[in-house]
Design a protein around this ligand. Structure first.
Ligand SMILES: [Zn+2]
Length: 425
């Protein structure tokens, strides 16, 4: 194995030091390190963070390889500073059996760019009618611990209760897409002033908040672990704040786009801004940012949702909801939070790794730690050009926006997946 000596790099915002990687682990961190056999990477001005971990990625394989593959999504993730991603189950076929989750897990290992941890479906075919083979997926080679019908809400309270109970046997988690379906029938965007003005059917905040309120009570009742996907409203934050104060075993994520963009974007009728849950209001953004800072929201997760051109570049009403996220998440976090490196490491690496149980990820670079890390140039600014993204899809809401920060290098178990800002393979 090769050795890498990263010189004068700030580890999670600390004073610059040298960082030596050898045989897949961080061998040393300190001033004035020498290693004649090592490849030198000039880390001057760069910040090293533990490799980012995404709890919510849609890789689209199997089934929609025209939109993304495990390999192309893995490359996008590495370029975004990620060393591990959790792959959502709404593929075709659905990842609701040991066979499909093992297939995704194997494809991830073959690509070798990030660790791909499959998420299993909660219900067969995401149909919300009967539980999938949760135990078989947990026992499979993929060792599934997080289950989600994401894209759909597990709306039936009895099924949700049974799922929360069932996964306790292996300390699993149910990740809920909180959307009361009866309250969002035909919805096209956030229900509010803008939807009224545009004459579009609204997706009310209460449709999310009602499910989160129900689910934290169910999780509390059975003592199970609940994770709430893509929290998008101020009211949801208050429900979560109360549940956490009572000791309910609940964690929550927010997406980069819900931290930055508002429902006013719908005025453009550009379907690139159509997403589920929808972009909300400035007041919601303020509450979400505060919750991220105070820990009521535990992690930033991308909800990276690639879509083929024909599914996205059409009339707003017919466009699929979803946005790319992996290659821009760190820049949005930097834009929203500022250079708060410890907070960024906590919300984008340490905590998501802990929630997903990904050993070796989410650990700050220190001697003996697996060398899963990323190097960021915080002073760089880059203009997002959709055609330059590694994702197979182009549906980024940040096209031609200039964002702070650039990923310079990413290492997975001591081997670079990204160097000089470019994918190694
Ligand atoms: Zn979702």
């Amino acid at each position: 194995m090769t050795a890498y000596l990263i010189t004068s790099v700030s580890v999670v915002g600390a004073a610059p030091a040298d960082l030596l990687i050898r045989d897949g682990v961080v061998a040393a961190v300190g001033p004035g390190l020498t290693a004649p056999d090592a490849t030198v990477v000039d880390g001057t001005g760069l910040v090293a963070l533990p490799g980012l971990v995404d709890l919510h990625t849609h890789l689209r394989e199997p089934g929609r390889e025209d939109a993304e593959t495990v390999e192309s999504g893995s490359r996008a993730a590495a370029l975004g500073g990620y060393t591990a991603v959790c792959a959502m189950a709404n593929t075709s076929p659905v990842a609701d059996t040991a066979g499909v989750v093992e297939q995704v897990w194997r494809l991830g290992r073959e690509a070798g760019l990030v660790d791909v941890q499959p998420i299993g479906a909660v219900t067969v075919g995401l149909a919300g009618e009967r539980l999938a083979e949760l135990g078989a997926m947990a026992d499979s080679a993929a060792r599934v611990r997080i289950f989600s019908d994401d894209g759909h809400c597990v709306a039936d309270p009895k099924l949700m209760r049974r799922a929360l109970e069932y996964v306790k046997a292996f300390d699993g988690i149910i990740a809920q897409h909180a959307e009361e379906p009866r309250l969002t029938e035909g919805a096209q965007m956030h229900e509010g002033e803008v939807s009224t003005r545009l004459g579009l059917i609204g997706w009310p905040a209460v449709a999310e908040e009602a499910i989160i309120a129900r689910d934290v009570l169910l999780a509390e009742h059975v003592g199970g672990r609940l994770h709430v996907c893509h929290v998008s409203t101020a009211g949801s934050v208050e429900v979560l704040r109360q549940a956490k104060a009572r000791g309910v075993r609940v964690t929550a994520e927010v997406t980069p786009h819900h931290l930055l963009l508002t429902d006013v974007k719908a005025e453009t009728y550009d379907p690139v801004f159509k997403v589920n849950p929808p972009l909300r209001t400035a007041a919601d953004i303020t509450a979400l940012r505060a919750a991220l800072a105070d820990g009521v929201i535990d992690v930033i997760a991308t909800d990276h949702a690639p879509h083929a051109v024909e599914d996205k570049e059409c009339e707003w009403a017919y466009a699929r909801p979803g946005m790319l996220g992996l290659e821009t998440a760190l820049s949005i976090a930097l834009d929203v939070l500022g250079p708060e490196w410890d907070l960024i490491a906590e919300r984008m690496s340490r905590t998501p790794a802990r929630i997903a149980g990904l050993t070796g990820h989410g650990v700050d670079p220190a001697p003996g730690v697996p060398a899963n890390l990323t190097l960021i140039d915080p002073a760089a600014r880059r203009t997002i050009e959709p055609a330059e993204l590694a994702s197979r899809s182009r549906n980024t809401p940040y096209a031609r926006m200039t964002l702070p920060g650039r990923i310079v290098a990413t290492f997975l178990r001591g081997e670079p997946t990204v160097l000089d800002g470019k994918a190694v393979k």
